[in-house]
Write a protein that binds this ligand. Structure first.
Ligand SMILES: C[S@@+](CC[C@H](N)C(=O)[O-])C[C@H]1O[C@@H](n2cnc3c(N)ncnc32)[C@H](O)[C@@H]1O
Length: 287
């Protein structure tokens, strides 16, 4: 590696060859499509990685990533740098109304014999806002329906966002979308008011199990069948073939009658999947 005299400078632009090598690798590893129009974005997102490993050029970085004893560690860091993790509390709020008004009531109907634990998977959970929103909504439902129990597993490929999610600390601006009564119950203000931060209560944090999972891993199976899968704003970054394969695996992880929630611009249209449409982005497993 070259010395660190370049520290405050940006590396020379990526060559086409380097872009092809990196983009194909990212696509194969995590499904994220990287057409040529993403070259500038990829360069920008990887600048910090070059500095961290002391690489002066993208060529040196590729050597470090593909042909060094540090390849495995760097792969994790590279994926952390290139994933898009935009999320919010109560994002697409209609989904949480569907959960409370349509999905949950049959679950507490004694006639349906459903005394078991309601299970949810937030697949591609980013920094935790989605699974914590689920935990808030399900806790509110449990408060009204004693005996209702739930468990949430939340997974992402990025270790960086998972660390943040486990910590459960957010800037106050991030919680603007959380209804006031819910804020009072499930969020604690930092003792140091100047910090302008809040933390999810320990009880709510303990309701979620966070794990690193690559959704492209065809061998990966949840150990249990689920009642609901949220996989929102994840397949939008995948091309159709990978979308269909992933959606097929998500269907396999649902109980018959279980629900799949996708992001607002995502659809299962054109795919051969055992799903029945509930609304434009909510589906129910048929068999
Ligand atoms: C835009 S965020 C969406 C977060 C949340 N579901 C929401 O809708 O607000 C997409 C997340 O998917 C994750 N992701 C992308 N590719 C993945 C893969 N192959 N396996 C697991 N997670 C992946 C990213 O790291 C990112 O945190």
């Amino acid at each position: 590696m070259t010395n660190n005299s370049f520290h405050n400078e940006l590396a020379k632009p990526m060559t086409t060859q380097e872009f092809i090598q990196l983009s194909e690798f990212i696509h194969t590893q995590c499904g994220i499509k990287m057409p040529p129009g993403k070259k500038i974005m990829l360069e920008a997102r990887l600048q910090k990685r070059l500095k961290s490993v002391g690489a002066a050029t993208f060529g040196e970085y590729c050597e470090y990533l593909f042909n060094s004893p540090h390849s495995q560690e760097e792969l994790v860091q590279m994926i952390n740098a290139v994933t898009t993790n935009k999320t919010d509390f109560f994002r697409e709020p209609g989904h949480f109304h569907i959960l409370t008004d349509t999905v949950l009531p049959p679950f507490i109907d004694p006639a349906s014999g459903n005394g078991s634990c309601f299970t949810v998977w937030s697949a591609g959970c980013s920094s935790g806002e989605e699974p914590y929103t689920l935990a808030m909504v399900l806790s509110e439902f449990a408060a009204l329906h004693p005996g209702f129990r739930f468990s949430i597993v939340a997974t992402d490929i990025s270790t960086k966002v998972l660390e943040k999610a486990k910590l459960g600390i957010y800037d106050e601006e991030r919680i603007a979308t959380v209804p006031v009564s819910i804020k009072q119950k499930y969020l604690m203000k930092s003792k140091d008011r100047g910090k302008g931060q809040v933390r999810i209560t320990p009880e709510l944090r303990s309701q979620i199990c966070f794990e690193r999972v690559n959704l492209m891993d065809e061998q990966y199976r949840r150990p249990e069948l689920l009642d609901v899968v949220f996989c929102r704003n994840v397949i939008i970054y995948f091309e159709r073939q990978n979308q269909e394969k992933l959606l097929g695996r998500l269907c396999n992880s649902l109980k018959p009658g279980g629900y799949l929630f996708l992001g607002h611009s995502e659809t299962v249209h054109g795919f051969d999947l055992p799903l029945q449409r509930v609304t434009s982005t909510v589906y129910r497993k048929t068999a």
